[in-house]
Design a protein around this ligand. Structure first.
Ligand code: HEC
Length: 122
């Protein structure tokens, strides 16, 4: 019985990596300003995914690196004039790895919606 429960919980952990990344976004306070499919204060992650999507693997890697940097540095002007605060606590180590996971999740698992017309890539 115990074994069955353990096997079940292991299976759950292994089969939901996307949720794990969503939890990371929550744990790091991102969801206060970002939802998946609706613009709140920041753009919807579906919009971010749509704006930075590309079939070119090299370009996609560059886009993701740029997004990681933008979240750390903060700033405004890409999706309008509301600024994102800087996140210096995500610059190094394990916290930086969490941010990389969140960005990977946005680009891979969040369903792309539409790129808004005010989008101005930096
Ligand atoms: C206080 C609100 C707020 C919080 C908290 C916040 N963001 Fe943002 N985010 C914004 C706003 C506003 C923008 C649009 C900035 C712009 O137009 O340049 C943005 C933009 C972005 C972008 C797109 C950047 C680009 O260059 O296109 C990503 C990706 C992103 N946020 C991820 C995150 C992640 C991950 C976290 C948590 C670690 C987070 N945000 C926390 C408000 C926030």
């Amino acid at each position: 019985m115990k074994l069955a429960v353990l096997a079940l919980s292991l299976a759950t952990v292994i089969s939901i990596p996307a949720h794990a990344s969503e939890d990371l976004a929550k744990a790091n306070g991102c969801t206060a300003c970002h939802q998946l499919d609706k613009k709140v204060i920041g753009p919807a992650y579906g919009q971010v995914s749509a704006c930075y999507a590309t079939k070119d693997a090299k370009k996609l890697a560059e886009n993701k690196a740029k997004l990681v940097k933008h979240v750390i540095d903060g700033g405004a002007g890409v999706f309008g004039q509301i600024p994102m605060p800087a996140h210096p606590q995500l610059k190094d180590g394990a916290k930086n790895a969490e941010l990389v996971k969140i960005i990977d999740w946005i680009m891979k698992d969040v369903k792309a919606t539409e790129c808004p017309k005010e989008f101005k890539p930096k």
